[in-house]
Ligand binder design. Sequence first.
Ligand SMILES: [Zn+2]
Length: 238
Amino acid sequence: MAASGSSVSLKLLIDKKTQKVIFAEAEKPFVDFLFHLMSLPLGTVIKLVSQKGAMVGSLGNLYSSIKNISQTYLQPNLNRDVLLNPKIATPSFNVPLLLAAGGGASQAKKFYVCTGSNGYACGRRSISEDPKAICPNCRSYISSEASYVAPVKADCSSRDNESGGGFVKGVVTYMVTDDLKVMTQSTISTITIMNDFNIKDFGSVEEKDVRVGVDEGLKLLKAALHTDSVLTAVFLGE
Ligand SMILES: [Zn+2]
């Protein structure tokens, strides 16, 4: 399995009798995608899952309320985008961009440092996200723009994603269960899961290769919020 463009492939093992996914065999890019979901702010999740179709639960109503409340009642310095379109905490650009459609808002964060005032070099090295913040040491604005430099990541494209980038290492194959338990693949874990499904022989299972792109990524996120048969729901159209 390899990542190609913005989609990754996945091998499903399906119980023929119940037409349920027993587990999926997955490589690094898919596991990275799943782990990446945890770094999404709630506002981003609600925005993503409500793009197509109905809002999820009451959080969708909360989201619309923030969108619709008149500016008159909001604090003057509040930009409602902080809540509706929050910045993603871990802009891990090496994770397959399954959520490219609207996951955005990853514009570079600005920082400001205190450089003192009136020829007085401040020794405090105060830093702020707001150029109107006042340095507690020299009482001048912390207004000198600094540029954030992300740490240099090892180039992983040439080494098959085995180091650097994403969250997990690419050296093993992972197993993802229907309810999104993620583990490294081993004979023991395979047998354990097969037993849980009461699978006695391999004749009662079938394999299916599927691709996960932006659409499936969104469906996965949505399904993960309301079912414990996520893979079945997304790929077998439960
Ligand atoms: Zn200062």
